[in-house]
Design a protein around this ligand. Structure first.
Ligand SMILES: *Cc1c(COP(=O)(O)O)cnc(C)c1O
Length: 468
């Protein structure tokens, strides 16, 4: 029985609140889960359930819930100076100090940051900056940005245009022109059976880089400004590229003098066991988009870290850059982000993900790969995925109509675990402060949900289809 207070909130929610990425009608019929409070790696709902948050909110609550230090940083700053902007020759201490800290943590050739309110705004800023850069270099025709299918770069018009989510492109009118999409390095989904034969991950990674080169040649290198990609694709399904992929991509971009933009909104701030995913893969991006873990999600803030090559051109040759947001570098958000970075350093969070938690998760997570409906279990740092399959040997998927991923996700939630589904790929991205015994709990809860998913689907095994 649902309590009357939950019912009241659900009714108001249904009546007045349009949720992001939601089928409004379907949710209205079902009713929202109402999250009321949280601590550590657990959230609590209005019905008294405690749920292990295997997604760190939306890939962002890296230091976990209930950190008084972050709350104190926000309140102290709100008392001191709740708002002032960075337009018109002004700034304030938190924005300046945060800029300095970010540039200290970023790769050596990155020494400037432009603040935004979110990851989407960061990628809007990227698009304008790379086009502006080439225009200032006397090559305005070098304006096309190449991105990847199934990438996520945000929900503003430029963010969704850069992203490669076909359902998003299909809603709300034409995308921003001058953006092209190429194949993603998704070995399990697209690599294993490409060209009708098994292909090694290494060969597939190189083939994906060749696709980039072919597209550059087709478009003309003089027309291509930049390539944008997440080091590990997050929302697309925790897609970890084969190790051969990034070195080959780097070589192609260098050959044709095309800027590299790393969307670090998820990979940044320790998720892969380095401060930035670019450092894990040895990338030297010209620009990096950041948000999410920058403030552990306590307040909204994002930005673009700008490498010397682009920054110096914008500074020396650009004049005024007509771009910015009311909340670019908001003082309270910047103060929380600054404190978040301090705590991450004091608690050695990044090295612990690299040396202890990541390897431990990898070991425990791999055990789920043995499950009868799991075709692959993969993880890197504290991001992981499970591929649900109807047939382990062939990798044959469940029929789409069974919605196996959604079923598994709902069963996880009922059992006390947030694990997200992207199609039939189950993904996790827990807080970076998760403890070993909490990883054990996460794996046990995931296993229970897989068992239950298998039990329910096996009554239905005649309905299958091959999806490669
Ligand atoms: C979430 C996300 C974004 C968009 O960030 P918002 O703060 O939601 O606008 C952009 N890129 C990646 C990789 C993301 O995961």
């Amino acid at each position: 029985m649902i309590s009357p207070s939950t019912r009241e909130l659900q009714a108001l929610d249904r009546a007045h609140h349009l949720h992001p990425f939601t089928d409004f009608k379907a949710l209205g019929e079902e009713g929202s889960r109402i999250v009321t409070h949280a601590e550590g790696v657990y959230i609590h709902d209005s019905e008294g359930n405690r749920i292990l948050d295997g997604m760190a909110g939306l890939w962002c609550v890296n230091l976990g819930y209930g950190r008084d230090e972050l709350v104190d940083a926000a309140t102290a700053q709100l008392r001191e100076l709740p708002y002032y902007n960075n337009f018109f020759k002004t700034t304030h201490p938190p924005a300046v100090r945060l800029a300095e800290q970010l540039c200290r943590l970023a790769p050596a050739h990155i020494n400037r940051v432009f603040f935004t309110g979110s990851g989407s705004e960061a990628n809007d800023t990227v698009l304008r900056m790379v086009r502006r850069y080439w225009a200032l270099k006397g090559k305005p025709e070098k304006h096309i940005v190449i991105a990847r299918e199934n990438a996520y770069h945000g929900s503003t018009v430029a963010g969704m245009s850069l992203g490669g989510m076909a359902p998003m492109h299909g809603q709300g009118g034409p995308c921003v022109p001058g953006i092209e999409h190429i194949r993603q390095p998704y070995w399990f989904g697209e690599g294993r059976f490409s060209q009708g034969r098994d292909q090694s991950p290494a060969a597939f990674g190189r083939a994906c880089a060749q696709v980039l080169e072919q597209r550059i040649q087709a478009l003309g290198e003089d027309n291509v400004a930049a390539f944008i990609a997440e080091p590990v694709q997050g929302a697309g399904g925790a897609i970890i590229p084969p190790q051969s992929y990034w070195p080959a991509v780097k070589a192609v971009l260098a050959k044709y003098d095309i800027l590299l933009v790393a969307d670090e909104v998820i990979c940044g701030f320790g998720r892969l066991g380095e401060w930035f995913g670019s450092q894990y893969y040895g990338l030297e991006p010209d620009l990096m988009s950041i948000a999410k873990g920058l403030s552990s999600g306590y307040l909204p803030i994002g930005g673009v870290l700008v490498g010397d090559r682009v920054a110096e051109t914008l500074i020396d040759e650009g004049g005024e850059f007509f771009h910015g947001f009311t909340y670019s570098g908001h003082p309270a958000c910047a103060a929380v982000a600054l404190r978040n970075l301090e705590l991450m350093e004091a608690e050695n969070v990044v090295a612990r993900v690299r040396d202890e938690l990541g390897p431990y998760l990898a070991r425990r997570w791999a055990e789920l790969g043995e499950h009868s409906i799991v075709g692959e279990a993969r993880s890197l740092g504290l991001i992981g995925a499970l591929e649900l399959v109807a047939d382990k040997a062939s990798g044959e998927r469940f029929a789409r109509t069974l919605a196996a991923g959604n079923l598994c996700r709902d069963l996880c939630f009922q059992n006390g675990l947030v694990m997200r589904s992207v199609g039939d790929t189950m993904i996790i991205s827990p807080p970076l402060v998760i403890r070993h015994e909490q990883i054990d709990e996460l794996v046990a809860l995931a296993r229970r949900a897989l068992d239950e998913t298998a039990r329910r689907l096996n009554t239905n095994t005649t309905v299958r289809e091959t999806r490669t």
